[in-house]
Design a protein around this ligand. Structure first.
Ligand code: FAD
Ligand code: NDP
Length: 522
């Protein structure tokens, strides 16, 4: 009646594992025959239905394979939960960009009077948090629905259950009702992503704080908010909260945007301050809920009371409950990420038929397009005729702070350390035309292009702070991938006038020259 149990007692599956992984025909047949009904056997099972997992599973199904994708969301520490699509759709890129846009619109409303707009009451515009959250979350729910439909259309089996590995081919699934079921796969892709960290050692911090898993779904307005952290999530959240009119403080324990060009990071931080975010240096010591429900936070040199504390201190890999250590998947000791690179393939783990993509893969950029591209290419290599590997170099990115910062390639510091005394930096401050009528400050709008000093001055890094800098950079990042973007190519290109992107083809001042790179009018 339970052939699986009989098989397990006859044959130690841990011993069987390497043989199965080497695709021993007999063992695969045994496991398939005894452990699953035909319906539960797949060519590919993907664990994690986020950016990478969805892309990989759909591509494999397009290539004619029988595919299942498991997705399960553990509620956040504050009980927030959401649907299919992973971090980007539910608690990442999408709601973040919409709230960034909400803040930008508020700023434009203030500038609009310089362009002749008047408001009937002559009162400043007010913002309703609950309308924003309702519209954002409704949009997210439509995306959740769209992802489910897309899986159905492509014949991918969606299983709303948590998966863990029993061996190299068998996956235990547990659904919301705690019902367990084993499924079988020839190949397994782990795409389980990451979740926000909390600070357990600081009294009250975990229970009294929210994270990025909660902020976009918060029913009541956040009010006066302390954001703790100094990287992407912290700076972006502080930016849109302040832009929406909330008294916002950013608590930094060290430098902002570690790993990014520090001159650019400094401009981003100064612009945040300029737009109203208070900056506090330190680390929190306690977070205590007062009788009125407000939160008193103390740090080395002070204390204050907030309505909301948002922890944005990094993310941890979702590998803990996956059972992968037991079956011998190599995991980084410090971060819990899955180590890839086995067999010369970036996404292949220490078990040959188990792969990892997206945020869970050790040492790769934690960005949605990276997860999607890696997932698609992996499916094509596994089931198509393609040999194309994911190229993790030259990945462009944008930090969506009120003044966006976008970059591709090396920071000035990295370039200097890789090519000492061999780089030339072209730079310029610039004034976006749209800033002119409202007399908006352009003191933080800056472009830096890092080149090799040797002719033809290959471009190895581009950095821009400015409005819509993500839109501006995408095309330049494509050009960099051709390996033939040089300063000469930039300088001989004809700009599109009047745009901010044209500033990139007008650069002529080197840092070494000491000439003034500050803006001069058109
Ligand atoms: P995820 O999208 O996280 O998907 C993993 C899925 O697996 C989740 O649904 C999870 O619940 C599920 N899961 C976990 N364990 C199991 C299990 N055992 N069984 C079943 N299911 C499981 N990137 C950008 O490119 N641009 C941005 O602007 C941007 N903004 C961001 C803003 C924020 C606030 C955050 C937090 C991230 C942002 N990112 C952004 C990063 C981006 O969201 C991630 O890089 C991307 O979502 C990673 O995709 P993934 O497939 O690796 O994992
Ligand atoms: P990061 O790991 O990039 O940064 C964590 C930040 O928190 C650092 O500034 C760190 O400081 C600080 N920190 C860590 N521990 C503590 C502590 N105990 N007390 C106070 N501060 C602390 O995390 P993020 O969550 O910001 O971003 C995660 C990833 O998500 C990013 O790498 C990015 O790939 C992706 N993302 C992408 C976005 C985009 O594309 N626009 C937007 C948001 C996220 P220190 O430097 O001193 O260690």
């Amino acid at each position: 009646m339970f052939p699986c149990l009989r098989l397990s007692s006859l044959c130690d599956l841990h011993t069987l594992q390497p043989i199965i992984s080497q695709r021993s025909f007999i063992c695969q047949q045994l496991v398939q025959r005894y452990c699953s009904s035909k319906a539960d056997q797949y060519d590919l099972v993907v664990i994690g239905g986020g950016s990478g997992g969805l892309a990989c599973s759909k591509e494999a199904a397009i290539l004619g394979k029988k595919v299942a994708v498991l997705d399960f969301v553990d509620p956040s520490s504050q009980g927030t939960t959401w649907g299919l699509g992973g971090t980007c759709v539910n608690v990442g890129c999408i709601p973040k960009k919409l709230m960034h846009q909400a803040a930008i619109l508020g700023h434009h409303l203030k500038e609009a009077t310089s362009y002749g707009w008047t408001y009937p009451s002559n009162e400043p515009a007010t913002h309703d948090w609950s309308v924003l959250v309702e519209n954002v979350t409704n949009y997210i729910k439509s995306l959740n629905f769209g992802h489910r439909t897309a899986l159905m259309d492509k014949n991918v089996q969606y299983i709303n259950a948590k998966g863990s590995l029993l061996d190299g081919n068998r996956i235990m699934t547990i659904n919301k009702k705690n019902e367990k079921k084993q499924i079988y796969a020839d190949n397994i892709v782990i795409a389980t992503g990451m979740r926000p960290k909390t600070i357990q050692e600081v009294p009250g911090m975990t229970e009294n704080s929210i994270t990025s898993d909660d902020i976009f779904w918060l029913n009541k307005p956040p009010g006066k908010t302390l954001v703790i952290g100094g990287s992407y999530v912290a700076l972006e959240c502080a930016g849109f909260l302040s832009g929406l009119g909330y008294d916002t403080t950013l608590m930094l324990r060290s430098i902002p945007l570690r790993g990014f060009d520090q001159q650019m990071a400094d401009l981003v931080l100064r612009h945040l301050e300029h737009s109203g975010v208070h900056i506090v240096r330190g680390t929190p010591k306690s977070n205590t809920k007062q009788k009125d429900g407000r939160l008193e936070v103390t740090w080395q040199s002070g204390s204050d009371v907030y309505d909301t504390v948002l922890l944005a201190i990094g993310r941890e890999a979702n590998t803990k409950d996956l059972g992968i250590l037991d079956i011998g998947v190599d995991v980084d000791q410090n971060t819990g990420h899955i180590v890839g690179g086995y067999g010369g393939e970036s996404e292949r783990t220490s078990i040959p038929n188990i792969y990892a993509i997206g945020d869970i893969l050790h040492g790769r950029p934690e960005l949605t397009p990276v997860a999607i591209q890696a997932g698609k290419l992996l499916a094509r290599r596994l089931y198509g005729t393609s040999l194309e590997a994911m190229d993790y170099e030259l990945i462009p990115t944008t930090v969506f702070t009120p003044l966006e910062y976008s970059c591709a390639g090396l920071s000035e510091e990295e370039a200097e350390s890789r090519f000492p005394d061999e780089i030339e930096v072209y730079h310029s401050y610039y004034k976006p035309l749209e800033y002119s009528l409202p007399h908006s400050s352009s003191e933080h709008c800056y472009i830096k292009v890092v080149c090799l000093r040797q002719f033809p001055h290959k471009v190895i890094g581009i950095h821009i702070t400015g409005p819509n800098s993500g839109e501006v950079l995408q095309g330049f990042a494509v050009a960099m991938r051709t390996d033939s973007l040089t300063l000469q190519v930039l300088q001989s290109s004809v700009g599109i006038h009047p745009t901010t992107a044209e500033e990139l083809v007008k650069l002529h001042i080197t840092k070494r020259s000491g000439l003034d790179p500050t803006v001069s009018e058109c």
